[in-house]
Ligand binder design. Structure first.
Ligand code: ATP
Length: 434
């Protein structure tokens, strides 16, 4: 993890927010490569969950909503963790994360305070008066506005049950102990989909979505099956009838990437109760009237991003022309080409060839995330691209002036292939998008 964290900072993937002022715990900024890759992952999710399905539609609701929503959802009452403080070293812990809840893991003291409930909702005020009447909350999960907007979306999109609503957006939790880099942050992005169906079909849909989501992580993002597992919950959250997590084998142990829950009718029933509005569904064929059940898939984009980087990070050896050495160590991010921050690097072998190479770069960058790099030896430039996970480097050399062909180097195999400039786009498209 230390190596990865330092690579992320050095190459501008992720760094501490507000570092100029000493940083703020639990908040992270994404630099140019980080943002490019995170957007690509998000887009892939959207394409998989919304664009390629006729019965799932999108939504983009606000971060701050009517505070009553959080009363109805149970968050104001129940979204709390137990925390304890060590009186000796002043460290604070989540009780459920302590191996021995009577001993401080930092200094070994047994002098811990009684566990206290701590609500994770972040509070703010809306309007000019800062009092309880004007209190509002930053959403702790993106799904609640999906439930409150459900009827509006269903009617305007003319969807019939079963159908889903998907949303990607920020969520905020005042985590007691943000840690493990971005794994547990206080501000993070969720990619959620709520699928509305009949109660007696909910478990079938729950199983269906499990399989679909597992396949997404394996087939589209490229995780090997043995670094993923599905863990059913022993204890169910208050809203769920069935729940299981898709977990990834992080360097610090298994950790949840995505939760799949059968939420039953909990949410719509509660919002009907608190709002006084009728959210029942009427089946016009059978005239049946009922409150739909909901199956949820809830994936943390930042956690997924971290898992992708952990999975991609590799150290191996490559040939070098450095004096006295045949090989040198290289750091490679083996990122799936579709989501790599830079998909193609265009490298003129010599500065003198830069002008001749520009046109290729301009052309490729319309279709791929492309970088142009002319500084340093070619070996150094390859290493630089390996480190940020660029799957293909295109080198324009002096022969290219004659034969109108370039060398394409593959990041993983380090093999090089000569490709005609007029074939380059379709050659790369085949490799990147398969
Ligand atoms: P955990 O048990 O790790 O606190 P959770 O069960 O509370 O997670 P959910 O409420 O089910 O998580 O949220 C769905 C997804 O949102 C999680 O699978 C995770 O990927 C992401 N997520 C939740 N909390 C955080 C956080 N503090 N930082 C980053 N991602 C998070």
């Amino acid at each position: 993890m230390d190596k990865l964290v330092s690579l992320c900072k050095r190459r501008g993937f992720i760094f501490q927010s507000s570092e100029l002022y000493g940083g703020i715990n639990g908040f992270w900024d994404y630099g140019p490569y980080g943002v490019a890759m995170r957007r690509a992952v998000e887009q892939l999710w959207w394409q998989e969950m919304v664009d390629s399905r006729r019965n799932v539609v999108g939504l983009d609701a606000t971060v701050i909503c009517h505070p009553e929503i959080w009363r109805a959802s149970g968050h104001l009452e129940q979204f709390a963790d137990m925390m304890t403080d060590c009186r000796e070293c002043k460290k604070r812990y989540r009780v459920d994360q302590l191996e021995d809840p009577t001993t401080c893991p930092e200094c070994g003291s047994n002098d811990l305070t009684e566990g206290r409930e701590f609500n994770l909702m972040m509070k703010t005020f809306v309007g000019p008066v800062f009092d309880e009447e004007h209190a509002a909350y930053l959403r702790a999960e993106t799904c609640q506005p999906i439930f409150t907007d459900y009827n509006q979306v269903r009617i305007s999109s003319r969807q019939k049950i079963p159908f889903g609503i998907a949303q990607v957006g920020k969520a905020f939790r005042n985590e007691i102990t943000p840690r493990r880099f971005t794994f547990r942050s206080r501000e993070f992005v969720q990619m959620e989909m709520e699928f509305f169906c009949r109660g007696n079909e909910a478990m079938d849909w729950y199983n269906y979505w499990h399989e679909e989501r597992f396949k997404f992580h394996r087939d589209q993002l490229g995780f090997d099956e043995n670094v993923l597992r599905v863990e059913p919950h022993d204890e169910l959250p208050h809203y769920a009838q069935a729940a299981a997590d898709i977990e990834y084998a992080f360097p610090f142990g298994w950790g949840e990437l995505e939760g799949i829950h059968n939420r039953g009718t909990w949410d719509l029933t509660r919002h009907q109760e608190y709002s006084g509005e009728d959210l029942q569904y009427v089946d016009h064929d059978t005239q049946e009237r009922f409150t739909p059940s909901v199956v949820e898939t809830s994936c943390g984009l930042d956690r997924l991003f971290l898992a992708l980087l952990c999975d991609a990070y590799t150290e191996d050896y490559a040939e070098t022309q450095k004096e006295g050495r045949e090989q040198e160590q290289r750091v490679v991010l083996r990122i799936t080409p579709r989501i790599a921050p830079v998909q193609v690097a265009v490298l003129p072998l010599s500065r003198r060839l830069a002008d001749n190479t520009e046109g290729i770069y301009e052309d490729l960058k319309r279709q791929f995330r492309t970088e142009f790099d002319v500084t340093g030896s070619i070996g150094k430039r390859y290493r630089r691209q390996d480190e940020i996970g660029t799957p293909f480097c295109v080198t324009f050399d002096f022969d290219s002036l004659e034969d109108q062909a370039v060398t394409v180097r593959d990041r993983d195999t380090m093999t090089q292939e000569r490709v005609g400039v007029d074939q380059l786009k379709s050659y790369l498209a085949g490799k990147v998008y398969g």
